[in-house]
Design a protein around this ligand. Sequence first.
Ligand SMILES: Cc1cc2nc3c(=O)[nH]c(=O)nc-3n(C[C@H](O)[C@H](O)[C@H](O)COP(=O)(O)OP(=O)(O)OC[C@H]3O[C@@H](n4cnc5c(N)ncnc54)[C@H](O)[C@@H]3O)c2cc1C
Ligand code: FES
Length: 489
Amino acid sequence: MRSIWSITANHFKAEKPKEKKAEVIVIGAGMAGVLTAYFLKQAGISVMILEANGVGSGQTKNTTAKITAQHGAIYHKLIENFGWEKARQYADANRIALDQYKRLIKDLSIECDFEIMPSYLYSLKEEEILEKEAICSRNLGLDTSYTTKTTLPFTVKSAVKMERQAQFHPLRFLYALADNLPVYEHTKVIKIKDKKIWTDQGEFYGDKIIFTSHYPFLNFPGLYFTKIHQERSYLSAWKTDYPLDGMYYGIDKDGLSFRRFQNMLLIGGASHRTGENTSGGNYDRLKQAGKIYFPTSSLQMLWSAQDCITLDEIPYIGKYSRLYSNWYVATGFKKWGMSFSMIAARLLSDQIMGVPNPYASIFSPQRFSLKAEKEKIKEGCYSIKNLWKEFMTVPKNVFESLAPGQGGVVRYQGKKVGAFKDKNGKVYLVSTKCPHLGCQLAWNPEELTWDCPCHGSRFDYKGNLLNNPSKKSISWRGEKELINGGKDR
Ligand SMILES: Cc1cc2nc3c(=O)[nH]c(=O)nc-3n(C[C@H](O)[C@H](O)[C@H](O)COP(=O)(O)OP(=O)(O)OC[C@H]3O[C@@H](n4cnc5c(N)ncnc54)[C@H](O)[C@@H]3O)c2cc1C
Ligand code: FES
């Protein structure tokens, strides 16, 4: 399902460079990669982007595209977990990122529906948390206030308003910026050793290499698979004339996100860990919310996206690992990758040019905290459980029991397979083993995909790779046609 941004942006094709060598090679042309390459080029550094698909074809095309320092009720937690100094750095970095967007859009006259407006957190149940959040964020220098007045179509118990935040059209912005950048589209990086990069389009060389591939797909060095998981959320666009004034984010368990785009209202929510959507119903939740809260509106589009979450919920931006001093990474944006992409672009270009950056330590991928180490153990146990499932469990259901439109892990000729039966009775068989590190894939009935609970790789029902860290598709075990719902022929 295509997002509102994909449908409303003009088609973009990057100009292919002739060189296969550059001082800096950036992997991935999403918001983080394009912004980073832009600043490096501005600084006179030779740079090139390698992109597996097209510019903006990853999560950036499916975002909500709010540019804000208001990332949920985080500031009181950041102060509790990391202290005032680090919390202030987080707030400052995001505040400055928004100013940098403003300046760039103005200086380059980019037409990208950029609008300044307040951002709100709201709760239907809690009061205390948002009261605390308002005080903490204000004390960190952010222009926030506690309120109960919003333009939402329902009464809220509490809200925090942050003044002068922004929203935009992410692809119109991205395409304008990528227009003058050297990008090899449809060039998938497969292997890297020091300065040499192997792709499906040949070999490339970069003195420095930046991974802005969303999930850093190389397992060693860096061991990012031990410290990142992915979460999916769902979005809907509704045609409406409802006068919503601001961008909203619900902090309650089933809280919804709202923003406008022209004559549309975007409603998002229903978040879960990738690979944990075995019963579906997320799009239905958004459809229901739209009908209840905006009864005169009409549903236009539905889509979804996922983002990387780090152990301490602060992105990893900086050196990829201690082993290769010429590799860099930007990941783990926790669904706030518009401002974090700008932070990453400034920080990484400073590091490459040897300029000190005040935010290097808070975002350093090599930072250590006891809390994060505890989370790492939890992540490890979760992965072992899903690895064990693949090796040791035998599915209860057999292949023949699938109803049309249904998929799942089943037994077929004594073996475990992933199967999806389409409306015409054709069954698509795939391996249930994730090619990344071997965890058992879970069927996602809502999106007809095979999703990995361990680190979030995804595949379509035919086994084609949709999202990394896996670099490969899942093995294809063929198509079968069932007669009378019985034996295959
Ligand atoms: C539902 C949802 C709503 C969100 N809303 C907001 C919001 O309102 N505001 C906000 O700030 N953030 C938001 N985010 C987060 C934001 O969308 C992401 O953090 C951001 O888009 C990530 O950008 P990126 O450049 O890191 O990744 P991507 O856009 O995914 O780019 C990575 C690129 O790398 C390429 N790639 C991957 N592997 C390879 C390879 N091997 N070789 C070559 N290329 C490769 C991919 O094709 C892709 O184009 C939201 C996220 C979700 C899930
Ligand atoms: S994504 Fe890592 S094992 Fe599947």
